[in-house]
Design a protein around this ligand. Structure first.
Ligand code: F0G
Length: 451
């Protein structure tokens, strides 16, 4: 049986091609823009390829009790909405997805939003949302007979790619910036057997080097310019809609780095709406770090028509990206859904991360921009107390333990960064103490804490 019902459509000029005809760099031959996967059968209202909403909702729920590996994946459980493989039997899965949606009681109270949730994508097998995209795109690589796959990464993509490649029996090449990458992630890529090259440049420099390699060697590119990644990354939208009994939240808040994830989630919700599974779209807002905010600038300066690359700086290393590939797609996701794009400071990120941690939901710094962004959107009146809001937590707290420890020891932020936030920092960061080895010292700390 051929499960493959897709084609690729250029996001810029609309040109359509067969999936197998894409260039190695996944750029359109006519205009240079990126592609999106589309399913022509869905637009024929009576066509037999068009999925039936009621039947799908039933089928997807049934699969949650199934013992089949494919059904146990939170990505392939929804495979009717990602028919990208010649045979679903070729899918490479680590039981990704099916991540928890947590109620954030304390943050809800503090921000004055009654219904605040965190979709924790850090609870995926390699610790980030990248697994959902990697199971999709790596399965395509395997099916098409590639021996090598590659990515440039700030950490999470490389860990996910290396793990899935290892499961598939493929070799993988990782290019990451020298320094400015969390050790937890580097260790994963090495552990999973990737040829892991630290280059003396930043993420954007790694992307440039990889573009040259792809031209010269038959290696399958697994950065998020690969449109199949987004097919996997759209599935948390299905999980969220299902968790709310096929209604959608009012607002979804997503971190922005290379800017693919926001558009993947928008695509997921758009497809649910087009197929009649939900009635509307959530607003989608993208939050960047102040020192790595090219989309914020683009929307402010040109309404999202142009993006000026910048040199990026932030301790949230996952989103330290100045020349994001998928910025047009992200701008469209924000503008089409009536969301916002804004940036948050290093102190705001660190405080938000500590506050999430204090709810028992550790995440990496890049994920915490969502809560920091929510606070600003609330303060500006853009989100009201009655809105149902979902924060997408993209990565696991253990990716970057140094960051957490430095914050709680008071050595993370500079004086200038701290200025104006002293009270919040004091409230959020009292946890790490070095004391004399005596009961008195610990009891004094306890007393101090209970005051
Ligand atoms: N959060 C985390 C934890 C990430 O690792 C990334 C991206 C993002 C957010 C941003 O998502 O790029 O789709 O806007 N990390 C990439 C990597 C670039 O190489 O792992 P985006």
């Amino acid at each position: 049986m051929n499960d493959n019902l897709h084609q690729l459509r250029c996001f810029g000029c609309g040109e359509r091609i067969r999936g197998a005809d894409a260039q190695p760099n996944f750029r359109c031959m006519s205009c240079g823009d990126l592609f999106e996967v589309e399913y022509p059968g869905w637009s024929q209202r009576q066509g037999h390829d068009r999925p039936n909403p009621g039947a799908l909702k039933w089928l997807w729920r049934e699969r949650r009790c199934s013992t089949e590996a494919l059904d146990q994946s939170g990505v392939w459980r929804f495979r009717e909405l990602l028919p990208i493989l010649d045979s679903f039997g070729n899918a490479i899965s680590l039981r990704e997805g099916n991540t928890p949606l947590y109620l954030l009681a304390r943050a809800a109270k503090a921000t004055g939003v009654d219904q605040l949730f965190a979709k924790h994508q850090g609870m995926n097998p390699t610790g980030s949302f990248k697994d959902t995209g990697m199971t999709a795109a790596l399965s395509v690589a395997k099916e098409r007979g590639f021996a090598w796959v590659a990515c440039a990464s700030t950490g999470n993509t490389s860990a996910a790619m290396a793990a899935y490649a290892a499961r598939a029996g493929l070799r993988s090449l990782v290019l990451i910036p020298d320094g400015k990458i969390a050790w937890g992630k580097l260790s994963q890529a090495v552990d999973y057997g990737a040829l892991t090259c630290q280059l003396k440049t930043d993420f954007d420099g790694c992307v440039r080097v990889l573009a040259e390699i792809i031209r010269q060697a038959p290696i399958y590119l697994l950065n998020s310019v690969n449109p199949y990644r987004l097919e996997g990354q759209k599935t948390p939208a299905f999980e969220i809609a299902e968790a709310f009994d096929w209604t959608v939240p009012d607002h979804l808040i997503v971190p922005g780095g290379n800017l693919a994830n926001s558009s993947a989630l928008a695509k997921g919700f758009r497809e649910l709406r087009e197929l009649g599974l939900v009635a509307r779209m959530p607003r989608i807002s993208v939050i960047q770090a102040e020192g790595a905010n090219p989309l914020v600038r683009s929307l402010a300066e040109s309404g999202g028509a142009e993006l000026k690359p910048m040199e990026a700086h932030t301790r949230a290393t996952a989103i330290r990206i100045g020349n994001p590939a998928s910025w047009r797609k992200a701008a469209r996701a924000v503008l089409d859904t009536g969301g916002w794009c804004l940036d948050v400071s290093e102190a705001e990120i660190a405080i938000a991360k500590a506050e999430l941690g204090a709810e028992g939901l550790g995440c990496e710094p890049a994920s915490a921009v969502t809560l920091a962004g929510l606070k600003k959107l609330r303060a500006d009146g853009k989100i009201t107390p009655a809105d149902r809001v979902v924060l997408i937590l993209t990565g696991h707290t253990l990716k970057d333990p140094d960051y957490t420890i430095d914050f709680h020891r008071g050595t993370l932020l500079t004086e200038a960064e701290t200025a104006g936030h002293e009270k919040e920092i004091a409230a959020a960061s009292r946890n790490a103490r070095s004391l004399d080895a005596s009961a008195e010292a610990v009891l004094a700390a306890l007393k101090d804490e209970s005051r």
